[in-house]
Design a protein around this ligand. Structure first.
Ligand code: DAH
Length: 345
């Protein structure tokens, strides 16, 4: 038994000293001191020894156990300090650090948040709607029946309805966030003030001022006694808040089937300061916010009494607003992921 214990001690100690990492030490510990470890099993045998031999062997066994435990502990701390020494040798802790790149909101998002805040201060609520839309909400409910020429101006992208029950042409990518007028007014009784920021899609030739995918913030307000001057006042207030109080604005009549009268809002071109450039097509002005008084047919289509309530609607070309705001001469810069562009905001 004594011999057995001495053997255990010697082999444990030599294994521990040669161990190269913590994992190996754990394994050795288990092998000797674990529940079915070599030392543990040997200790159990002590009870089988004659009574007078037991104290002597007991003392020896405890000694062996203590030595193994101490050696394990020493080797563990040796390995630890060796490791940190090695790391220190490899890392120069006095070298200056590398600053991590912090992300930030895209300029489109920054301006969108601002737009939402300005309208919130006027009592508008923001709503979200589907980018895949029905012909009904995108056109019919907006007083644009099937054969209306206004459809030609909105190069519509149709979804493939083959192998489905949907009538061909009924499901599209929305061409205008105005599509949310019907969806919301159908559910909410006036008075209401709503803005709908969102993406629209058209089959467009992409150039400096057109994208096949572009952002608008649609807005509409319905109440009693809403007049054209309320619309003018709102546009004037909002654009001066967003673009500075000194911007020049002008209104011109225009035609959209869902408003009567229709109004186009122009803002003095911020790229050229009004002198004329390719961005404003050498006119000195940029079209930024089409609007108008909601057509009675639109109000009737959602069940409103057009004799009792009236309203106005508008759309801010958000991509346009951002490019004008930061004097970018090309809309495509907004979807360019080049960090040299994005880091400027
Ligand atoms: N939805 C129109 C478009 O994208 C823009 C528009 C014009 C929206 C007049 C309006 C409005 O709400 O009153 O071409």
């Amino acid at each position: 038994m004594e011999e057995e214990l001495m053997q255990i001690k010697n082999s444990a100690v030599s294994m521990i000293i040669e161990a190269v990492d913590q994992k190996e030490l754990e394994e050795i510990k288990l092998q000797f001191l674990g529940r079915s470890g070599r030392l543990t099993l040997t200790l159990k045998e002590i009870t089988k020894l004659p009574k007078e031999k037991r104290p002597e062997i007991g003392i020896l066994a405890n000694d062996v156990k203590r030595v193994i435990e101490e050696t394990l502990e020493n080797q563990m701390s040796n390995l630890k300090s060796q490791k940190s020494h090695e790391i220190k040798k490899r890392i120069d802790t006095t070298a200056p650090g590398i600053k991590p790149n912090l992300g930030h909101l895209h300029p489109m998002t920054q301006v969108l948040y601002e737009v939402v805040e300005v309208f919130k201060s006027l009592g508008f609520q923001a709503a979200d709607g589907p980018e895949i839309e029905t012909d009904h909400y995108n056109f019919e409910a907006l007083n644009i029946p099937k054969d209306h020429p206004a459809r030609d101006t909105q190069q519509t992208l149709y979804l493939d309805t083959r192998n489905s029950k949907v009538t061909p042409g009924d499901i599209i990518l929305r061409t205008q966030t105005s599509a949310m007028q019907g969806r919301i007014m159908e559910k909410v009784k006036p008075p209401l003030r709503v803005i709908v920021p969102g993406k629209n899609f058209r089959y467009e030739q992409v150039d400096a001022s057109h994208g096949f995918e572009f952002w608008q913030v649609e807005g509409f307000l319905v109440d009693t006694n809403v007049r054209l001057t309320d619309l003018f006042g709102t546009i004037d207030y909002v654009l001066r808040k967003l673009m500075g109080k000194d911007v020049k604005l002008k209104f011109a009549t225009t035609n959209f089937p869902f408003v009567e009268p229709g109004v186009d809002t122009y803002i003095s071109c911020t790229v050229c300061g009004g002198r004329g450039c390719s961005f404003c097509k050498y006119s000195g002005w940029s079209e930024i916010m089409p609007a108008g008084m909601i057509h009675p047919n639109v109000l009737k289509a959602v069940g409103y009494n057009s004799q009792k309530v009236s309203g106005f609607a508008f759309a801010i070309g958000l991509s346009r607003l951002v490019t004008l705001r930061y004097q970018m001469d090309d809309l495509r810069l907004l979807t360019n992921p080049d960090m040299r562009i994005l880091e400027q905001f």
